[in-house]
Design a protein around this ligand. Structure first.
Ligand code: FAD
Length: 324
């Protein structure tokens, strides 16, 4: 239907991508608030059956043998054809690595802008206003579209919950794509396979997580002392693992592990959404941060505004005293 919100669904080897379902949940909420239909489109080769699993009233299976495997050329050409045919008001995409690869090209091919990485929205005077984080979550910016639709936006991981999707059985419609081999100018290499995890933080009852506030690898011993006092597992934000200070399997967040311990202590972690989505369901969250405006305090049950190098030794001392 013209003027609908069209959600792009990503799939991999016959499985729907989780962030796409979160994005569909965002589209459903927007649809309710704005009085617009929600539809979905799933690009690939032979995706009709999978399209039947997408909970939207109308799902378009955008099919061509050249859409398997994914390429930015194939996807942007195919989706452009679908958008020209369906004339949606808004095209909503999950903010996945794949979408980051092709969405700007797709929007530009239709002479439109693209608002990436949104974490929420509101409706002001009937107009959709999207919220994006800037400077690694230190500021939020409200963004409204100008000019003619279709508009393009992507939704960050964890911003909406897939388990809140209204269940709908879809009518699936097939859209055939016109695509020539010469139009697809790249060939993907082998898929990157993550190393198997040896630490399962999802089972930990207490987690002490360190962030960039720890400053140096040598200072991890401070957090280690707290871990020993609390019988906790150590975890980290992404920069710590990117630096190689702790193994990747100890990273918490959208590209790491999702945990829900009884107690989560965040030391020098700012609280970027990509981190928060991995730990927000912890039963009790304690944050130590020297910046009283750090976003981590928005999800913390207890906040200590202070220098972790002063606070942590005191904490260890008090825990030891309490334990006798
Ligand atoms: C696609 C993508 C995926 C991502 N996936 C993840 C992910 O899975 N997990 C993840 O964590 N991040 C992820 N990120 C990165 C994320 O956006 C943030 O950059 C990251 O979480 C920031 O880590 P941080 O809080 O340790 O560092 P910073 O944002 O630099 O924050 C450091 C904090 O320490 C505080 N501080 C400094 N010194 C002290 C002190 N002495 N005492 C107390 N506090 C102090 C500061 O006030 C600040 O708030 C991802 C980003 C992208 C783009």
């Amino acid at each position: 239907m013209p003027d609908a919100i069209l959600t792009v669904i990503e799939q991999q080897a016959g499985k729907l991508n989780r962030m796409s379902l979160e994005t569909l949940a965002a589209a459903q909420a927007m649809g309710r608030d704005l009085g617009r239909e929600v539809e979905a489109v799933i690009p690939g080769s032979g995706v009709s059956e999978l399209a039947g699993q997408v909970p939207a009233p109308k799902v378009y299976a955008l099919q061509h043998p050249l859409l398997e495997p994914y390429t930015p050329d194939g996807y942007s050409i195919a989706l452009r054809q679908a958008i020209e045919q369906l004339r949606p008001w808004l095209v909503l995409l999950p903010h996945t690595y794949q979408v980051r690869d092709f969405a700007s090209k797709l929007a530009a091919s239709l002479e439109r802008g693209f608002v990436p990485d949104c974490i929420g929205y509101k409706v002001e005077n009937g107009q959709l206003v999207l919220t994006r984080q800037l400077f690694q979550g230190k500021m939020n910016a409200d963004v409204a579209f100008v000019g003619q639709p279709p508009y393009f936006a992507s939704i960050q991981a964890g911003a909406y919950r897939a388990d809140q999707l209204a269940s709908v059985s879809p009518a699936v419609e097939r859209i055939d794509v016109r695509l020539e081999p010469a139009q697809v100018r790249s060939r993907p290499g082998e898929r990157f396979q993550e190393a198997k995890r040896t630490v399962d933080l999802s089972q930990a009852e207490v987690i002490v997580a360190v962030g960039r506030g720890i400053k140096e690898q040598e200072n991890l011993s401070l957090a280690q002392g707290l871990c020993e006092a609390l019988h906790a597992e150590m975890a980290a934000s992404r920069p710590i693992c990117d630096n190689g200070w702790l193994p990747m399997e100890r990273q918490i967040g959208s590209s790491g592990q999702t945990v829900s311990p009884k107690l989560y202590l965040a030391l020098g972690i700012s609280g970027a959404i990509q981190h928060v989505v991995g730990m927000k369901n912890s039963r009790v969250i304690v944050a130590i941060n020297k910046d009283q405006n750090a976003p981590i305090f928005e999800v913390a049950d207890y906040g200590i505004v202070g220098n972790l190098f002063d606070v942590v030794p005191l904490l260890v001392e008090e825990i030891k005293k309490a334990k006798g």
